[in-house]
Design a protein around this ligand. Sequence first.
Ligand code: PEP
Length: 251
Amino acid sequence: MSRRQIFAGNWKMYTTHGEAMALVEGILAGLSGVKDREVIVFPPSPWAKAVAERCAKTSIAVGMQNMYYENEGAFTGEVSPAMVRDAGCRYVLIGHSERRHVFGENDGEVNRKVKAALSHGLEPVLCVGELLDEREKDLTDEVLARQVNGALEGVDAAGMKKVIVAYEPVWAIGTGKVATPEIADGAHRVIRRLVGERFGEETASVLPILYGGSVKPDNIAGLHAMEEIDGVLVGGASLKAESFLDIIRVK
Ligand code: PEP
């Protein structure tokens, strides 16, 4: 089954405006000749519009790292789905582990955000993944079921076609501990089965499932070779154009 191949960079709370623009220039300069894969960048929200304007009519798509689910209101510090659209973003990260574990987002909020994104024409990149403790207690499949089913409650089949899932085991994010290709592939199979049970085999078979967690140029090849891994969501190694490009150009 040939699925979309997606290479996404999450810049987290890094880069000045100047650094963000230089980073996108560097990535663009190295992308000529890259044809069979999609590239998405998630800059910090204040730079999203400028990055999206620079990326218009290029092969890079842009997303926001987070948003709130309400349309507008007295929600100081939050960004609405319409604002994400207005900034020129096509994608939005939902339920990133740092949102869940630093800011206390729960599955119910993640679900409201997924539905709000879809109803505003945004394509959510839904992040799921277990804690180290949960893996050690053999609870990974249970956690994935709770997060996937919780996030997708009330989403219809048409909406699901716009969703990308990123499997990001929390113990592998920003720690330098990458999941083995086999561990990641196994978790992706669980996620695809869960989506199949909810939406049918056809929808599940085309769902892009990305791996995220300490992806680097020197470990991408093993991950990319796995049947169930349809791309990667890269944090630290996406902050330098050369290392992100080395990941994108994996054979
Ligand atoms: C991420 O931010 O989604 C991520 C996977 O980070 P890192 O690659 O730095 O582990």
